[in-house]
Design a binder for this molecule. Structure first.
Ligand code: PAP
Length: 336
């Protein structure tokens, strides 16, 4: 069992990735400067790498993707939670962590469950951040190793695909992703580049210029892969998860290889996990503190609802996104 203290003990390096990032920036400087650039959402620029836009000088960025591709070694038992930002990452991380570790933490009272103390992002590390770590993280002594990633399917480290690792992908209505990303970016943007207006954000989103975008290509990459490799890739939507959380959590547990027994269901184990990972519970746990330097815990919990876009998009904006989505997702069975 991984003791809870393992999650809570912090080292300076663990908290501040600045030095490790600077080393990577230096290592990949030539590659980075040769890439096409656009205005960034969090930092000055986005860089087009392998057909997708990536931030610079951030933990999930062009250089950490490059470093992961060069160095990350997957194991066949690994499980990856893949998402485009703001699509349900934090929720699925919490759920997957709680499902996989439910026997380990079962005997403990809820207050000592890691998710009652820590942000899900501290419990499930990003592959991209592994590129910055020189110290062991909990996943090193744990099987299966549970990771998350924002990388597009086509950019995943080769060993993830070669090893047939399981991947859970969650996508969300692009209009809600846009709104969520807009607020998130304005909270975390470098002060030097000022705030984004919603109109600017909309414009960039429609052009596909968002971190890890274009949105449609990211989703389509995993959707097509899930069709080809259904045993290895589970494709979920935020909206389905919201509308029928219990059944989707059971589906997730089965896919992860940790199905709920009839006995567990009768004992309310599914409901307990749903509650532990609910927006309300997690928001409350994460009112204070930080995940890493510059990432307050509470920034991952805004409204947690379907359809907040109706409060932000004009009819014209909404129609524009509908049209792009119709064209890009033509022939795909994705509905929000
Ligand atoms: P990330 O990719 O940066 O980690 P991610 O977790 O994918 O972000 O998305 C955050 C969104 O999920 C927020 O949506 P909102 O801005 O529309 O409110 C956040 O509120 C929502 N969210 C976080 N945790 C949960 C949860 N447990 N249940 C439902 N929604 C959640």
């Amino acid at each position: 069992m991984v003791p809870v203290s393992f999650f809570t003990q912090r080292t300076k390096e663990d908290y501040d990735h600045g030095k490790a990032l600077a080393l990577l920036d230096n290592r990949y400087k030539d590659k980075l400067t040769s890439l096409p650039k656009e205005k960034g959402w969090f930092t000055e620029n986005l860089h087009l790498y392998q057909d997708f836009w990536h931030e610079s000088a951030r933990v999930v960025s062009a250089v950490t993707v490059m470093a992961s591709q060069d160095n990350f070694q997957a194991q066949p038992t690994d499980i990856y939670i893949a998402t485009l930002q703001k699509s349900g990452t934090t929720w699925v991380k919490a759920l997957s962590f709680a499902i996989i570790n439910r026997t380990i933490y079962k005997t403990n009272s809820l207050s000592t469950h890691p998710l009652q103390i820590l942000n899900p992002h501290r419990c499930v590390p990003f592959v991209e951040i592994e590129a910055l770590h020189r110290l062991p993280t909990y996943v090193d002594g744990h099987s299966p190793r549970l990771f998350s990633t924002h990388m597009p399917y086509t950019s995943l480290p080769k060993s993830v695909l070669d090893n047939g690792c399981r991947i859970v992908y969650i996508c969300r209505n692009p209009k809600d992703v846009l709104v969520s990303l807009f607020y998130y970016a304005n909270r975390l943007r470098d002060k030097s580049i000022g705030q984004l207006t919603f109109e600017e954000a909309f414009e960039m989103f429609t052009k596909g210029v968002i971190p890890l975008g274009p949105y449609w290509d990211h989703v389509k990459g995993y959707y097509m892969a899930a069709l080809e490799r259904p045993k290895e890739i589970l494709f979920l939507t935020y909206e389905d998860m919201q509308k029928d959380t219990v059944n989707n959590v059971k589906r997730l547990a089965e896919f992860l290889g940790y199905p709920f027994s009839k006995e567990e269901e009768d004992e309310g184990e599914v409901d307990k996990i749903v509650k532990l990972c609910s927006f309300e519970t997690l928001k409350d746990v994460n009112k204070h503190g930080v995940v890493n330097k510059g990432f307050p815990n509470d920034v991952f919990f805004r409204k947690g609802k379907i359809g907040d876009w109706t409060n932000h998009l004009t009819d014209e904006m909404s129609q524009c996104l509908d049209e792009i989505t119709k064209i890009k997702f033509d022939g795909l069975d994705i509905s929000f």
